[in-house]
Write a protein that binds this ligand. Structure first.
Ligand code: UDP
Length: 239
């Protein structure tokens, strides 16, 4: 029951790349199912779950003057890529019996609802998982910015950044084996140490609105529930 949990309404940010699994691009069916089952566990416990999904596995905003793709065009293409991932995630969640709604920052009325804050909150109250796609619907942002802003708008208790590493390290642990993992950081420390948790726009939004961030390993079974339970895994960033 949700009252046993430290956080009640969560915003889970998943990168597009996470969906690739061991592939070079695209969506890995096993990984998708694994994530759906993790989310289901949280929903079954009565938690309200919103998800922002990235698009890096399909397309990441690029500008290619050679073929005439400028920054803005490339960013819109990136936003559409997140929509494809969101649709896949929606299907995977429904497959395991979770009710979902897809809400988009860009109108695509045949496949999803437009983002309307009050509606998003209503869906959550009814126990539906809300998947936010197309980022913020504006270029020059990232899905991390979308995660921070949507989390603030819907009054989420925390932003959970699901990654493939178990927290924030002093240096890239894949390059330097001596890198140390932080279990707690303040927003100021992240800034002073120049740690790269999310882009500055996204990070500043969390900081200014005092919204905690937890970076954790989403690929480890059971971790999502542990995090919302307040177990000491990953890295917690607070004021
Ligand atoms: N994007 C954007 N505005 C947004 C969200 C995303 O322009 O509000 C574009 C941007 O080009 C970005 C791409 O969509 O590179 C895919 O999102 P992101 O790179 O954040 O995905 P992730 O790294 O999480 O897979």
């Amino acid at each position: 029951n949700a009252s046993n949990y430290r956080y009640r309404r969560i915003l889970l940010k998943l990168s597009g790349e996470a969906l690739m699994g061991t592939q070079q691009f695209g969506i890995d069916a096993e990984r998708l199912e694994q994530y759906a089952l993790e989310v289901k566990k949280a929903v079954d416990e009565g938690l309200q779950v919103a998800i922002v999904i990235g698009g890096g596995n399909i397309f990441r905003g690029m500008h290619s003057p050679k073929i005439g793709i400028d920054r803005v065009q490339g960013d819109y293409m990136g936003m559409l890529a997140t929509s494809i991932n969101g649709m896949a995630l929606q299907s995977a969640l429904e497959q395991v019996g979770v009710y979902t709604r897809l809400l988009s920052g860009i109108k695509m009325e045949q496949i999803c609802e437009p983002y309307v804050r009050r509606r998003a909150i209503r869906h959550l109250e009814k126990g539906r998982v809300v998947i936010f796609v197309a980022g913020l619907g504006s270029p020059y942002f990232t899905t991390d910015s979308a995660a921070s802003l949507r989390a603030i708008e819907i009054g989420a208790d925390v932003v959970l950044k699901g990654t493939r590493v178990d927290g924030v390290y002093s240096e890239d642990p894949e390059k330097n084996p001596d890198a140390v993992r932080y279990s707690n950081l303040s927003f100021q420390e992240v800034y002073n140490k120049g740690l790269n948790i999310m882009d500055m726009t996204a990070f500043t939004l969390c900081r200014e609105n005092n919204l905690p961030i937890i970076v954790f390993d989403m690929n480890e079974e059971g971790n999502l529930l542990k995090v919302v339970h307040g177990d000491k895994i990953g890295t917690l960033i607070t004021e």
